[in-house]
Design a binder for this molecule. Structure first.
Ligand SMILES: [Zn+2]
Length: 230
């Protein structure tokens, strides 16, 4: 199930990764798709997970680190509502990581937006709508993961702009057509479906793909991707 690509182009910028670079921002860094931190430590320790890895420049994937932290911490409350068992495993990780000033800052930043209402397109369940989330940061991470999956299945680079639509559902049962149809064609699967599962459909000849990504069995991102190879 797990895939590791050996082709040496960066899945994030599409440029070649030179071999033999050491201590260099442009050196090869195998990036987890989705980020390793999404798998609670207890889950990683109890199962021998063969997580997906895609090649990137160290600098390219480090550029997303802050947004990945933001994604995880701002969407975590949905896990506690939709999948309490997984929510408690994530909570243990968060408590441990909140010792780090960087993580603590992100959590404080999210909490500081309380009381205002959501302005972006992301609709949250009752109780969460008190927080204003930065939809742009969340989408950027969802798009990165989508591009990682696309790279691993096609060995091709996909630009962020090729993702022409990204929908978010805090309740996976509420997804609409054509995503619903896509799910019937191809069920969600993954190395550890409790954390992440996806379904990827290539509409050959139509020039687009649909990608559904379910996180922690709690919420789902649906992407429509324009393909350059019809
Ligand atoms: Zn790169």
């Amino acid at each position: 199930m797990a895939k590791t690509s050996t082709k040496c182009i960066c899945y994030l910028c599409g440029k070649a990764i030179e071999s033999n670079l050491k201590n260099n921002a442009m050196e090869l860094s195998m990036d987890h798709v989705p980020p390793k931190q999404f798998y609670p430590k207890r889950v990683r320790a109890s199962r021998n997970l063969n997580l997906n890895l895609a090649p990137s420049h160290k600098a390219c994937n480090e550029d997303y680190k802050q947004d990945e932290e933001y994604f995880y911490h701002s969407l975590y409350p949905i896990i506690t509502i939709n999948n309490p068992r997984m929510g408690s495993l994530c909570s243990k990780d968060i408590q441990r990581r909140a010792q780090k000033p960087q993580t603590r800052n992100i959590i404080q930043k999210i909490l500081s937006t309380a009381v205002t209402t959501t302005e972006r397109g992301i609709h949250l369940p009752d109780g969460l709508s008190r927080f204003t989330l930065d939809g742009g940061r969340i989408e950027r991470v969802a798009a990165k993961i989508a591009r990682g999956i696309l790279f691993l299945s096609t060995e091709r680079y996909f630009e962020e702009q090729q993702i022409i639509r990204m929908d978010f559902y805090a309740k996976p049962s509420e997804i609409i057509e054509p995503y619903k149809f896509a799910l019937q064609l191809n069920h969600l699967a993954g190395v550890c479906p409790d954390v992440f599962a996806h379904s990827h459909i290539n509409f050959q000849g139509k020039g687009f793909r649909l990608l559904l990504m379910l996180f922690w069995k709690s919420f789902i991102f649906c992407a429509t991707v324009k393909d350059t190879v019809a």
